[in-house]
Design a protein around this ligand. Structure first.
Ligand SMILES: [Fe+2]
Ligand SMILES: [Fe+2]
Length: 370
C-alpha cells in the first residue's frame, strides 16, 4: 500500500527551518518524492492553491498567521471538499488539540516528533486521501456518464419525433423543412402571446408531428393534382384523426401535446374545420396556433400544386381568415411578429436539403426561448 503514496504531494508549513529539514529527511527516507515546504505561513495559501497537496503538515504556533488562521484560509478554498491537514503542535493540551480538530485538522502530532509515529500518521492520512480521491473521481466519471446518456436520450427522442414528422411529409414535401419551419413559427407565435417557455418548447417539439396522419392517406388522394372530389375530401380529412390515433395513449407531455395538435390543427375558429367542428376556444390553444403557422408556411412555400406566394399575399390570406379560420388575437400577434416569422421562413428554404437534425437542434435551444 505504501508504494501508492510515494508520489502523492505533501506540503510542509512550519516557521522553524529545523523542523522542515527534519520532516523532509523523514519523507525522503521513506521514499516520498513530491513535497514542498515553506517557513512563511503567509505563503501557505498560494502554495496550497498552486501545488494542490494531498497532505499538509501544518505547524500551529507561527508568527504572522498561525496554524488556525491557515486552516481557515484552506477551508475557504476547499468549500466542497476538505483540506487534508495534519497538525504539528508543541502545545499538546486538550484545548489546543480540540480546537485544531474543530478548525479542520484531520489529525495531530505532538512535538517533538516520534519519527515512527509521524511516518505512520502520514501514511494513514494519505490512505484516506487516496480513497477520498478515488471516490471523488468515480463520482465525476459517473456524473459525466449520466449526463452523456441523458443528452443522448434527449437527442434520440427529438430525432424520433422529427423523423416521424418528416415521414408524414415525405410524400408531398420531400425535404421535411415544412415541419421545422412551421414548428418554429408556432413556438414563436406562442412566445409572442406570452405563453411560458416550457409551453413554447412543447409546441416546438410536438408540432412537427401535426400531419403524421397523412401516412394513412393514399397517394392518389394526397398527391392528386387539382381539386379533390367530395369522397376524396372525406378521406383526406381523416389525417387529423389518424394522426391523433398514432400518437395517442402516451404518458409523455410532448406526445400528449402532439396528439392534441394532430387532432385539432385543422379545426377552424368559426367551427368550419374538422374533424370535430370545434369552435373558438373549444379548440385547444396549441391547435389554434399551429393552424395559422401551418397555413402560413404552406402559402409561402412551393407545393406540387402551387407556386410559393409572396409574404404580402400570404399574410393577406391569413388576415382574411381572421375570425373565420383563425383566432383574431393570434392573427394580430402573428402580424406583429411578421419580420421574425419571415426570417424563420427564409432561413430554412426547401431547396437546400440542410442537415435537418442540426437545424432542429439549433432551433430547440434558441428560437422558442427568444
Ligand atoms: Fe394537416
Ligand atoms: Fe403541415
Amino acid at each position: 500500500m505504501q508504494n501508492n503514496f510515494l508520489n502523492t504531494k505533501i506540503l510542509i508549513v512550519d516557521d522553524e527551518q529545523a523542523n522542515i529539514a527534519l520532516l523532509e529527511d523523514v519523507l525522503e527516507n521513506e521514499g516520498y518524492t513530491n513535497f514542498k515546504s515553506t517557513a512563511d505561513s503567509r505563503k501557505a495559501l498560494d502554495l496550497y492553491k498552486e501545488f494542490r497537496p494531498d497532505l499538509v503538515l501544518l505547524d500551529l504556533n507561527m508568527p504572522h498567521l498561525d496554524g488556525f488562521q491557515v486552516m481557515e484560509q484552506l477551508s475557504e478554498v476547499e468549500k466542497n471538499s476538505y483540506a487534508p491537514v495534519l497538525v504539528l503542535t508543541a502545545q499538546a493540551d486538550r484545548n489546543t488539540r480540540l480546537r485544531a480538530l474543530a478548525a479542520g485538522a484531520r489529525d495531530y502530532i505532538e512535538k517533538p516528533f516520534d519519527i515512527t509515529e509521524v511516518v505512520q500518521r502520514i501514511s494513514n492520512m494519505l490512505e484516506i486521501r487516496l480513497l477520498h480521491n478515488q471516490v471523488r473521481d468515480q463520482n465525476q466519471i459517473l456524473e459525466e456518464k449520466v449526463r452523456a446518456r441523458t443528452c443522448e436520450l434527449e437527442e434520440t427522442r427529438q430525432e424520433a419525433i422529427l423523423r416521424l414528422g418528416r415521414a408524414a411529409e415525405y410524400r408531398d414535401n420531400e425535404t421535411g423543412m415544412h415541419v421545422i419551419r412551421m414548428s418554429r413559427l408556432s413556438a414563436k407565435l406562442a412566445k409572442k402571446i406570452g405563453l411560458p417557455d416550457e409551453e413554447c418548447q412543447l409546441i416546438l417539439q410536438a408540432s412537427p408531428m401535426h400531419d403524421v396522419g397523412k401516412i394513412g392517406i393514399p397517394d392518389e388522394i394526397l398527391l392528386k393534382p387539382g381539386k379533390l372530389n367530395e369522397e376524396e375530401w372525406v378521406i383526406m380529412k381523416k389525417h387529423s384523426e389518424i394522426g391523433a390515433e398514432i400518437l395517442s395513449g402516451s404518458r409523455s407531455a410532448i406526445m400528449k401535446m402532439a396528439e392534441s395538435i394532430a387532432l385539432t390543427h385543422q379545426e377552424r375558429w368559426d367551427g368550419s374545420g374538422y374533424p370535430n367542428s370545434l369552435k373558438g376556444e373549444e379548440i385547444p390553444l396549441a391547435g389554434r396556433i399551429v393552424a395559422i403557422c401551418d397555413v402560413f408556411d404552406a402559402l409561402t412555400s412551393k407545393r406540387y400544386y402551387k407556386e410559393a406566394y409572396s409574404i404580402e399575399k400570404s399574410m393577406g390570406i391569413i388576415e382574411q381568415g381572421s375570425g373565420k379560420d383563425f383566432e383574431p388575437r393570434l392573427v394580430e400577434a402573428f402580424k406583429e411578429a411578421l419580420p421574425e416569422m419571415v426570417r424563420i421562413v427564409k432561413e430554412l428554404p426547401d431547396n437546400e436539403p440542410a442537415d435537418i437534425l442540426k437545424v432542429y437542434r439549433e432551433t430547440n435551444t434558441t428560437s422558442s426561448a427568444q
